[in-house]
Design a protein around this ligand. Structure first.
Ligand code: GDP
Length: 369
């Protein structure tokens, strides 16, 4: 059955009979003003359509396919979990296609952070990881910071090519694509998403007016990120939503900090110095003497030391210990993937232990801030 008038989104003739054919609109949606076809409806409400995730093997196959295309690759990473959300080996998979690095969630950084310094830091880290990038764009998809620059960079670098958007889960890929679709259709007439998006098994094609597509790939799940191994309600506490206020602790050696029951930091050896925690402010921190730490954990895990709650402790891998030596005179972060980092400005050096769920990536890096 044909419906009068076209879809207000893409202009296709509307019909209510075949839900696998263009222009389909469910009877129930006919009343909606303006009437739009189901596909346009899905683009508008894109968040619902992108819960797709895949594992490493399928992801690598998909990425490998990009090498045979002529496209611009937009790699979205999360500034709060930079190393953890960077796709290692991306360069190999995408072949000669240029990569634009979009660093999302900069709204989470403490106020007054020097963005030029941050950009240099990102560039240096990306280079260390073997990634050749065209450009770095810092933005917040959620708070609409730096987004004009994202659009601009896409305009500059896209030419007449498709755009592949790749990223790990929870970096804000769907938030960003939503905004892209919105802004492209608002700001750049010729780039409106005027045809209906087709979906293949593994990627969502969002057509642009010039015959090219934005292609959203599924988010890759990395088990080395704390965010990917915790239950849903713990994720809420783990992902900050406001600018992080750093927590500064002046510690003597042989003191311990618990971050909920998610990780433990032991200052083993070194002169009294300050350690600044950059973690979600929803996570409680407890300080104790190293000699009491095991007992405190045994007695209070899952209750005072939470999240996770007692009944969730088994859902997370048991802790392993990482012993780290922070060299004299360095400005270093102890980075715990998905949880955040501990900044050490170490005049005298320090020996520390991090206890974190097995498999979670823990490393030292040049200070981000
Ligand atoms: P995806 O899995 O990569 O598609 O990520 P989503 O778009 O679903 O976002 C994952 C989480 O990060 C959600 O809780 C978002 O609200 C949040 N998020 C996305 N973009 C931003 C941002 O720019 N800043 C902040 N603070 N949070 C963001």
């Amino acid at each position: 059955q044909l419906v009068e008038g076209g879809c207000a989104g893409c202009g296709v003739k509307l019909q209510t009979t075949a839900n696998d054919k263009p222009g389909y609109i469910p009877d129930s949606a006919l009343e909606r003003e303006p009437a739009i076809c189901q596909r346009c409806f899905r683009i508008k409400n894109y968040n619902d359509a992108t819960t797709v995730t895949i594992d490493q093997d399928d992801f690598i196959k998909l990425l490998g396919g990009i090498a045979n295309t002529e496209s611009l690759v937009v790699h979205i990473v999360d500034i709060f979990d930079f190393e953890g959300s960077l796709i290692s080996g991306l360069q190999r998979f995408v072949g000669n296609n240029p990569v634009l690095l979009v660093v999302n969630k900069i709204d989470l950084l403490p106020k007054g952070v020097n963005l030029n310094r941050l950009r240099n830091w990102v560039q240096k880290q990306a280079k260390t990881q073997g990634l050749r990038i065209l450009d770095v764009v810092l933005c917040s998809a959620k708070r609409n910071m730096g987004f004009e620059r994202v659009i601009e960079a896409l305009g500059e670098h896209r030419g007449k090519r498709d755009v592949y958007v790749v990223g790990a889960t929870n970096v804000g890929k769907s938030t960003l694509i939503n905004r892209l679709i919105h802004d492209f259709s608002d700001l750049e007439r010729e780039l409106t998403t005027s045809r209906y998006p087709g979906t293949t098994l593994d990627a969502v094609h969002i057509p642009l007016d010039d015959g090219h597509d934005i292609i959203d790939t599924p988010g890759i799940v990395y088990a080395h990120r704390m965010t990917e191994v915790v239950p849903r309600d713990v994720l809420q506490a783990l992902l900050p939503d406001k600018p992080i206020k750093q927590l500064v602790y002046q510690l003597n050696e042989q003191q311990t900090l618990f971050i909920g029951a998610l990780a433990r930091f032991d200052f083993i050896e070194g002169a009294r110095q300050s350690f600044s925690l950059y973690i979600s402010n929803a996570l409680p921190v407890h300080r104790t003497k190293l000699e009491r730490a095991d007992e405190l954990y045994a007695d209070h895990k899952g209750v005072m030391l939470a999240p996770p709650k007692a009944e969730q402790l088994d859902e997370i891998p048991a802790w392993t210990r990482h012993r780290l030596t922070i060299r004299r005179g360095t400005d270093t972060d102890i980075y715990i993937s998905g949880l955040g980092w501990i900044h050490v400005n170490s005049g005298d050096g320090a020996l520390v232990d991090i206890h974190a769920p097995k498999g979670i990536r823990v490393l030292l890096r040049d200070a981000l801030i």
